[in-house]
Ligand binder design. Structure first.
Ligand code: 13P
Length: 249
């Protein structure tokens, strides 16, 4: 079994202005110095706070993420942001295919795949989110759904490149609801995701969906869980630091 690095990534969604971001890092950076070095920390603020976050994170161990991007490098795409625009601010990770964007912003398996290929070609690490709805789970379609999303996201990507990507298993019914997926069941689905394509043996797979400081250790104890993609519990600097500390125990 290869040793896969552990990652805790914050997805701030549409929370925090640039001023809020500065205040977050004022509190979080002093705490981060004593956090376990073996956990890779990524923070993905909204686009308007990326410049402020980039300034604050210079010279720290914390990596900067974006929450989406376009697949083209430039062009007539009003409102969109490209990989070169992110790279200018030393963004290293980009979340792609989040269920909120699949549901509300027309993100599809096809566009996720285009974005994944661009991210890899540009040297960004895609964090690809997959997960089933409550109805799909009730209908027994969880495994089919995540396998189909995973295969579609990485279609045409050589197996050797897949060690460079990160996947997040985010059951939609667990996002923002306080109803986290049972760690045993999350681990089972994550093993299914890992087995869905050749080349995923060394790919970090994160759990997302109501992850908290109180439940993170139960996930990290599972063999197929390599970290978390955290929404609500990443917004408070003290709570987020506690979550990362608990992830290492
Ligand atoms: P919550 O942690 O708020 O449930 O959100 C999870 C998520 O969607 C992270 O991308």
């Amino acid at each position: 079994m290869p040793v896969i690095r552990s990652i805790v990534a914050a997805n701030w969604k549409m929370h925090k202005t640039a001023a809020d971001t500065a205040a977050f890092f004022d509190a979080f950076l002093p705490l981060s110095a004593s956090l376990p070095p073996e956990i890779e920390i990524v923070v993905a603020p909204p686009f308007t706070a990326i410049a402020e976050a980039s300034k604050r994170l210079r010279g720290t161990r914390i990596l900067l993420g974006a929450q989406t991007m376009h697949w083209d490098l430039e062009g007539p795409f009003t409102g969109e942001v490209s990989a070169p625009m992110l790279l200018e601010f030393r963004v290293s990770h980009v979340i792609l295919g989040h269920s909120e964007r699949r549901a509300a912003c027309d993100e599809t398996d096809r566009t996720v795949n285009l974005k994944v290929r661009t991210a890899l070609a540009q040297g960004l690490t895609p964090i690809v989110a997959v997960g089933e709805s409550g109805n799909e789970r009730s209908a027994g379609r969880t495994d089919d759904r995540v396998v189909a999303q995973t295969r579609a996201a990485f279609a045409g990507v050589p197996a050797a490149e897949l060690a460079r990507v990160t996947i997040a298993y985010e059951p939609i019914w667990a996002i923002g609801t306080g109803r986290n997926c049972d760690p045993e069941e999350a681990d089972r689905v994550m093993a299914t995701i890992r087995g869905s394509l050749d080349g995923l043996d060394e790919t970090p797979i994160l759990y997302g969906g109501s992850m908290k400081p109180e439940n993170v250790a139960a996930y990290m104890a599972k063999p197929n869980v390599n970290g978390g993609l955290v929404g609500g519990a990443s917004l408070d600097p003290t709570g987020f630091a506690m979550l990362i500390a608990n992830a290492a125990r």
